[in-house]
Design a protein around this ligand. Structure first.
Ligand SMILES: C[S@@+](CC[C@H](N)C(=O)[O-])C[C@H]1O[C@@H](n2cnc3c(N)ncnc32)[C@H](O)[C@@H]1O
Length: 580
């Protein structure tokens, strides 16, 4: 297929090419002519490209490429948004001399920068996908055919992966320039790329230096756009200039969060909101991230709407070693930010839903394939998932699960002896267990699970979904004298008595706690609530602020309340140790 087969030449370009009699022009001559017209260096890199182009020009029939571009995180910035982005930052960016677009795609942002900044002397762009390079080149040609008197910088467009591009060298060669990095890097995570078996990845994939279990269980997952943003800041932080980058909101949060340890020389961090659904037809929140280089490191970021010239609506970032989502509100509740005397736990992880999640009908259990299964009751427990935590209390369940171990790493041979029916079922589905990809299962006893310990067997629990964005805690009761288990999307505190659970449930659902949580939680995170966030709720300070009457508890609770607060004191002095 001709490499230009997707390029639609505008009427303007067609006329221009006819006028210069392109059919009779040689390779060097056409490159020179295009350079004079557009500033683009080596419009055609070689004679093959040149010949292909001539053929396309003589025989223009457009074929649209239908290959999947998921692995390239391909969300092109439309023309209108590109102009709005540039106009928004123009007053903050003073006379840049170099414009750098690291993954320029169809070139709308690059062109918007070119149009709006007369001071630019050089443009550098990188893009991995050749058809986009042609689209951009012809867009620039079209622009200069219509605006021949406009500023014409020297433009170099590289067909290369940004991961192979020598950023360090570019930084060295431009150290005396005023740079504007303008772009929209790929929106894709390394986990998605692994699933797609794509190698569109930086060589150093653990750039956050996440170690051990966290790396294995997903904390090491990162956005490719975040990697590119961070690499650019690292390389250009000593330059005069700024960066304006369209990225997922979570990337902006992470860049600001990592300022604590990175201390990049950036300031005026800003997040400009827009409707990503409308602009990109994407179901992910994204914004424009802006910062200035070459200043003392700032560790907070202001937020405002892209299209409204109003004062900042919010600021998030670091306050006294704490990372917070709404700085202004946080000041009111900072006293609650500490260490929870009780340890929050994550629910059971088995990565084997088809086998391990059961429903019960009469005396029988049924798995995801609707196979009827006979099991001894002993290892079967009521089981809740995030979607079951919508109400204030849970007294019945939709599902059950098999708990094969009482603690992590426990041998599972005992099942064969004591519970032959359960063993038979597990054994028949051994394949599904063995296929589990996560390396945490490697070298562990057969049918191993994670997120299990004494705490899992506490009869009363107060739980929250990590995935849902509702600030609501659920009181979970045992069923038929068996503790109810939660899955690994949920977090919980476990208690021996119902009174402790009720008091904790009321404390956590109190408006003060909710407001405090709203000032530290980032809803754009895949898991808004994590163990790290929940462990910050200082229940003792909360209990000191409130009393049992504030919690709508009647006087029969007075003694239990006193005991509870005393218990919080004791736990605060000797906090529980975390194992997982
Ligand atoms: C989110 S799109 C944005 C394109 C353009 N910056 C814009 O604003 O419209 C990301 C672009 O990155 C390109 N891309 C993906 N991986 C790349 C890589 N490793 N090196 C260079 N470009 C890449 C894709 O082809 C795509 O054009």
């Amino acid at each position: 297929m001709n490499q230009f087969s997707q390029i639609i030449l505008s009427e303007n370009i067609n006329q221009f090419l006819h006028k210069i009699e392109v059919k009779n022009i040689g390779f060097t001559q056409l490159n020179e002519l295009f350079f004079e017209t557009t500033g683009i260096v080596d419009f055609f890199n070689d004679i093959v490209e040149f010949e292909d182009f001539k053929q396309h020009f003589c025989n223009q029939n457009v074929k649209i490429d239908t290959i999947s571009r998921t692995e390239f995180g391909d969300f092109q910035t439309n023309n209108d948004l590109s102009i709005r982005v540039v106009k928004r930052i123009i007053s903050q960016v003073q006379n840049p001399t170099i414009l750098f677009e690291p993954t320029f795609g169809e070139g709308n942002l690059l062109l918007a920068g070119l149009q709006e900044f007369d001071s630019i002397e050089r443009v550098i762009g990188v893009e991995i996908y050749k058809p986009y390079i042609w689209k951009t080149k012809f867009k620039i040609l079209d622009y200069y055919l219509n605006n021949s008197s406009k500023n014409k910088p020297i433009i170099t467009l590289y067909h290369e992966s940004i991961f192979d591009f020598d950023l360090n060298n570019l930084a060295k060669n431009t150290i005396n320039d005023k740079i504007l990095i303008l772009g929209n890097p790929p929106w894709v995570t390394n986990a998605q790329l692994t699933t797609l078996e794509s190698d569109n990845l930086p060589r150093k994939s653990n750039f956050k230096n996440i170690a051990g279990l966290d790396a294995m269980t997903g904390k090491g997952n990162f956005d490719i756009g975040e990697y590119i943003t961070q690499s650019l800041i690292r390389n250009f932080q000593n330059h005069q200039g700024s960066m304006a980058f369209l990225v997922k909101n979570i990337v902006i949060k992470n860049i600001t969060f990592d300022q604590k340890r990175n201390n990049f020389f950036i300031k005026n961090l800003q997040k400009f909101h827009f409707d990503a659904k409308r602009e990109f037809n994407a179901s992910v929140e994204a914004s424009l991230f802006f910062c200035d280089f070459n200043y003392d490191a700032e560790q907070f970021c202001h937020e405002v709407n892209l299209d409204k010239k109003t004062p900042f609506e919010n600021t998030f970032g670091w306050v006294n070693n704490k990372f917070v989502s709404v700085m202004e509100d946080y000041e009111v509740y900072a006293n609650l930010d500490g260490i929870c005397p009780f340890e929050w736990r994550q629910g059971v992880k088995h990565d084997c839903t088809a086998v391990m999640e059961l429903r019960k009908d009469g005396d029988y259990f049924f798995n995801a394939d609707n196979n009827q299964i006979e099991l001894e009751d002993n290892l079967v427990y009521p089981f809740l998932k995030s979607s079951d935590l919508k109400n204030k209390e849970v007294t019945e369940v939709r599902k059950y699960t098999i708990i094969t171990q009482k603690k992590i790493g426990q041998e599972t041979d005992y099942i064969k002896e004591l519970y032959p029916l359960t063993y038979q079922y597990l054994k028949a589905n051994e394949d599904a267990f063995d296929k589990r990809k996560s390396s945490i299962y490697r070298g562990k006893p057969k049918f191993s699970i994670f997120g299990i310990g004494d705490y899992s067997f506490k009869p009363y629990k107060v739980a929250i979904s990590g995935l849902y964005k509702t600030f609501s805690f659920t009181l979970v009761f045992p069923l038929n004298d068996k503790p109810t288990m939660l899955d690994d999307t949920c977090y919980f505190l476990g208690f021996d008595t119902v009174e402790e659970a009720i008091i904790t449930h009321r404390l956590l659902n109190h408006s003060i706690t909710q407001n405090f949580l709203k000032s530290i939680v980032f809803l754009e995170a895949k898991r808004a609530f994590t163990k790290d966030i929940l462990m910050r709720i200082n229940l003792l300070n909360l209990a000191r602020l409130l009393n049992f009457v504030d919690l709508d508890l009647d006087y029969s609770f007075q003694k239990k309340w006193d005991k509870y607060v005393q218990n919080l004191h004791n736990e605060q002095l000797t906090p529980q140790l975390s194992l997982f």
